[in-house]
Design a protein around this ligand. Structure first.
Ligand code: URP
Ligand code: ZN
Ligand code: ZN
Length: 453
């Protein structure tokens, strides 16, 4: 048994000073003062915040497309995640057109198995909707995949409105949840054609997909979900206008879950004017400061349910290979390692949010939404002992040189941060101790139940 003493135990209800006992991979006891037996290990957590391990429900590791293959695979990506306090990621297995969901799931298991330093689970991205795909859904839920993803953009991946409706209905019947990439694919294609003619370089990227392209897709998705009478999740929301569409749908009584990402809360589209602008190409793109401010306000007012990273990393050489053709730059940013420290620094250390609210955004809400609660995302007796001991007094600067992510840059280069990971327990075992990785590869697959919305 391990007894963690004198920590601030953080839950969405608040922080309570106390002790926690861990035994056989689970939380065995919680209390104001626990009495360790002589044979127990004891950790003095004075001055530390004890969180249920953070969950990142949006990563892309070991993913290829016609432009490039991601720099992080499951080995490097989950290691970076763990070092940043993330004890579970939910990555996207993606159906090949003409292929089955079960083949895609088997392929993603092969990518991840035996390589993960934090726990992992999979969403299934459906790209080829037909009767065979529909017939597979129940098997997916039985295999622990209870969340799905649809794309409204990217020609190789997207579904049409009728298919979107049908997937929403079919998955909701089984208790699943669909997250949707909301950009109007036809408008993106038209914007790309237009901007390529003007030879705008990297700045053509945000111009090719302005806020209205996201907002139209969010509005349309939510109207489709209204007709289908199904809950739905908007992933990586980046605009004020998209947020307003969410508010309207919620006002009609719809269940809409909203995820945003650190890049949309901290960065803005001026990055595309820098010489290394290609490194910031992601979809949806970084937005003007007014969108960022609207999202921050919504976050602080409790309108956003989860913060995930959409980690999809490439090296700057991979980004630069496109030259002036912005449409050939692989889309995505690294971030899985820096989510908690960046968010804590921006919002908790500055007093704009308390640690309890951050715990809800990074741990409890994703665990509930992903069908893992209360095994994960909770400091409760019986919950898995995936635990982060956070030092609120640590200080540092984020740099590419000091990171674990397998790329040569970070969008947060030079960011001064307050707080940091001191220790991480994964299933009750020491994975990170005093900021050092001591046990890689402890992660295992998490078969999930139905989302709790
Ligand atoms: O640019 C991004 N976000 N790439 C990853 C794939 C996606 O759209 O989520
Ligand atoms: Zn997306
Ligand atoms: Zn994504």
């Amino acid at each position: 048994m391990l007894v963690i003493q004198n920590g601030w135990l953080v839950t969405p209800q608040g922080a309570a000073f106390g002790d926690m006992a861990v035994d056989c991979g689970r939380i065995a006891a919680l209390g104001a003062r626990l009495s360790p037996a002589p044979q127990d290990d004891v950790l003095d957590a004075s001055g530390l915040w004890v969180f249920p391990g953070f969950i990142d429900a949006h990563t892309h590791f070991d993913m290829g497309n016609d432009l490039a293959h991601t720099a992080d695979d499951f080995e490097t990506g989950t290691r970076a995640a763990l070092m940043g306090g993330t004890t579970c990621v939910v990555d996207f297995a993606t159906q090949e057109r003409g292929g089955t969901l079960s083949d895609a799931l088997a392929q993603w298991h092969r990518k991840a198995q035996g390589r993960c330093s934090c726990h992992y689970a999979f969403h299934m991205a459906i790209t080829d909707w037909n009767e065979r795909t529909r017939a597979e859904l129940a098997d997916l839920l039985a295999a622990g995949v209870s969340t799905f993803k649809l794309y409204m953009a990217y020609d190789a991946l997207r579904v049409n409105d009728g298919e979107l409706y049908d997937v929403l209905v079919s998955t909701a019947r089984l208790g699943g949840l669909v997250g949707v990439h909301c950009e109007n694919g036809d408008l993106v294609n038209a914007g790309v054609r237009r901007e390529r003619q003007s030879d705008a370089g990297v700045q053509g990227h945000p111009r090719s997909r302005p806020a209205a392209v996201e907002a139209e897709a969010v509005e349309r998705l939510l109207r489709i979900a209204q007709v289908a009478d199904c809950p739905v999740k908007v992933v990586h929301l980046s605009t004020r206008e998209g947020l307003e569409a969410v508010r309207r749908a919620r006002g009609r009584g719809q269940c809409v879950r909203v995820e945003t990402c650190p890049q949309y809360l901290l960065l803005s589209d001026e990055r595309y004017r820098r010489p290394d602008g290609a490194n910031y190409v992601c979809s949806p793109p970084l937005r003007p400061a007014s969108d960022r401010e609207a999202l921050v306000k919504a976050l602080l007012e409790g309108e956003i349910d989860t913060i995930a990273t959409d980690h999809c990393s490439y090296t700057s050489a991979q980004k630069a290979a496109a030259g002036r053709d912005f449409s050939r730059i692989p889309n995505g940013l690294p971030g899985v390692e820096h989510r908690a420290v960046a968010m804590m620094s921006a919002f908790v250390a500055t007093g704009r949010m308390d640690a309890a609210a951050m715990c809800r955004l990074l741990s409890e809400n994703p665990a509930r939404e992903m069908g893992m609660y209360p095994c994960k995302g909770a400091l409760r007796v019986g919950s898995d002992a995936d635990v982060v001991l956070w030092d609120p007094n640590a200080a540092g600067v984020l740099t590419a040189q000091g990171q674990w992510q397998n790329t040569d840059y970070t969008p947060y280069e030079g960011l001064r941060v307050s707080g940091g990971v001191r220790h991480v327990l994964l299933g009750g075992r020491w994975a990170v101790r005093d900021g050092r990785l001591i046990a890689p590869n402890l992660g295992s697959y998490v078969a999930r139940r139905q989302p709790q919305l």
